[in-house]
Design a protein around this ligand. Structure first.
Ligand code: FAD
Ligand code: SF4
Length: 513
């Protein structure tokens, strides 16, 4: 053996050039380690699904003729750290070269580079990192696009990507249909028509693996659903998921993208983020499938554009922000928020129906869709002044698709405004009115969605005005929220005092809401 190659749990990309040809001089290693299960408290399904997908990927590699050393969580020789395992395996195989695919997380990238350089110096071997061949941009493309700008607008970056990749373009410079963005056609509430479609995802019985994970002492939260885990674990399953989405849900995707409903958790979302983020799917093939469906007349342009923008635009953009801003981005707290998370983040038990539905679904499924993450859970966290670092750790743990490069800019930047507005032009907050318009949550809630003050008033309402009053020095001159401050001006005096008093009461008893 001359080369030992490390494949991380979110690098299951069979199309990577590494895997083009088997080579008896190369051993691939995949490892289940406590270093990775324990850096934050994870949802049970996340640990289960990643380990199961890694095991399936190792089998795929073996079937293709590659040599694989798979280190299970309960392997007696497992040192439970990536570097220590690499060190031991390299000497076991007598490998003169260790190669890794560049990790997407700053934490691992830094750790592996430092360790690799040291290993090479000590042993005279060679340590090498190669590209993941997954993203459509280099790590630093976003930073270069925005070099001297104060604000980094996604829309600007997205148009550049459309041109660069010729996606949904009529000509080199003309977007399909003459418009770049069809968002105004989207964003309807959902009232049951068309009905939510049955969940066609595969069902996996992972009870044996779950028993192994528990026996190894890995701490998790949320439902394991080990008997009926519904996340795709192989490329074949992921491709079926893509096909199913494009055929059946994409036609309605844009229209109901922002809708929320207690009887329909998935609505018309793709549920592809897990497969994309562990690299079972390539963003290029997902984008191409959506564009082709539009070209074949199967889906409206607004739906295809709305979906493609999320992947060609947002997904690449937040990754660029992450690499431009790390290290240090995870510590930003522009609004000085420091309240701990209320207990019900871990149980879903609150009388606020929107939050019990969205937190409850997150704990049950390791999934919530974008508007549930942004405009219910994140909205509340920001209004209540929760610590953005505590919020970040919760999001990083709870969602099946959460990897820091994508989770952190979304949580800390877009949702919590903790970077002071680098990513979001204004804080994503709302009172009950927005939640009521976009969902059925308020009907049947213990709180009164119309009231601002009094014991039974919806907590969002008082918190909303109090948030803008508290942060007037920072936000008062932001043109995007000028209207809010004009309304606030009209409330000043006894009315605003009463609202702020109710907000103080709410903030003092978050656990009891
Ligand atoms: P769909 O609604 O079907 O969207 C299609 C795809 O577009 C997604 O699979 C995803 O790959 C991409 N996408 C959509 N929005 C974004 C976005 N804002 N940033 C990056 N990619 C996007 N997404 C993650 O993949 N991992 C995370 O840890 C994560 N954390 C988030 C935290 C917060 C506070 C918020 C507001 C959003 C977060 N998102 C995250 C983005 C988005 O909510 C999820 O990608 C989406 O809900 C995944 O479900 P889906 O596959 O059904 O998405
Ligand atoms: Fe949520 Fe307020 Fe509506 Fe209740 S009334 S569901 S707390 S927004």
């Amino acid at each position: 053996v001359h080369t030992l190659r490390l494949v991380l749990g979110d690098q299951l990309h069979i199309g990577h050039s590494w895997f083009a040809q088997p080579d008896t001089g190369v051993v691939y290693t995949l490892m289940e380690v406590r270093q990775e299960t324990d850096y934050v408290l994870h949802h049970a399904q996340k640990v289960l699904a990643i380990f199961a997908a890694m095991r399936a990927f190792a089998q795929t590699l073996r079937d293709a003729g590659h040599r694989v050393r798979y280190v299970t969580i309960d392997d007696p020789s497992n040192r439970q750290r990536i570097d220590a395992n690499l060190e031991a395996l390299a000497s076991h195989y007598g490998a003169a070269c260790i190669e890794t695919i560049a990790p997407d997380e700053w934490r691992l990238d830094e750790a592996l580079r430092t360790w690799g350089a040291d290993w090479a110096r000590r042993t005279g071997g060679r340590f090498n990192m190669v590209d993941s061949e997954h993203f459509l941009c280099a790590r630093d493309d976003v930073a270069r696009t925005f070099a001297q700008r104060r604000q980094w607008l996604m829309e600007h970056f997205y148009r550049q990507m459309r041109r660069r990749y010729g996606v949904l373009m009529d000509s080199a410079d003309t977007p399909a249909g003459g418009q770049w963005n069809y968002d105004h056609d989207n964003r309807e509430p959902w009232r049951g028509d068309p009905p939510e479609l049955p969940d066609n995802r595969p069902v996996h019985d992972l009870r044996a693996l779950w028993a192994t994970i528990e026996a190894a002492g890995v701490k998790t939260f949320g439902s394991p659903n080990a008997e009926t885990l519904r996340w795709p674990l192989t490329r074949g399953e992921a491709l079926e998921g893509l096909h199913d989405f494009v055929q059946r849900r994409l036609p309605h995707f844009g229209r109901f993208e922002d809708a929320m409903h207690s009887q329909a958790q998935r609505l018309f979302h793709s549920l592809l983020s897990f497969a994309l983020n562990i690299k079972l799917l390539h963003p290029r093939e997902v984008i191409a499938a959506a564009e082709q469906a539009w070209r074949d007349g199967q889906v409206p342009l607004a739906a295809a554009e709305g979906f493609i923008r999320q992947i060609l635009g947002w997904r690449e953009y937040v990754r660029g922000i992450y690499w431009a801003q790390m290290p240090g981005y995870d510590e930003r707290n522009a609004l000085g928020h420091n309240q701990p998370l209320p207990d019900w983040f871990w149980t879903g038990r609150t009388r606020m129906r929107c939050l019990s539905e969205c937190v409850g679904a997150s704990l049950q499924n390791a999934y919530a869709h974008h508007i549930q993450r942004l405009m219910v859970i994140g909205n509340f966290a920001l209004l209540a002044g929760l610590s953005p670092q505590a919020v970040h750790r919760w999001y990083l743990g709870v969602y099946i698709d959460a990897f820091e490069w994508v989770e952190l800019p979304n949580t800390l930047g877009m949702s919590q405004f903790a970077d002071g507005g680098l990513l979001a032009t204004k804080p994503y907050v709302s009172s009950a009115a927005y939640i009521d318009r976009m969902s059925d949550y308020c009907k049947g809630c213990a709180y009164d969605r119309k009231a601002r003050t009094g014991e039974g008033a919806c907590p969002f309402n008082a918190l909303y005005w109090d948030f803008f009053a508290r942060h007037e020095a920072r936000l008062g001159r932001n043109a995007r929220v000028a209207l809010v401050y004009r309304q606030l001006d009209r409330m000043r005096g006894a009315e605003l005092d009463a609202v702020r008093e109710r907000a103080a009461q709410v903030r003092a008893q978050l656990d009891a809401l």
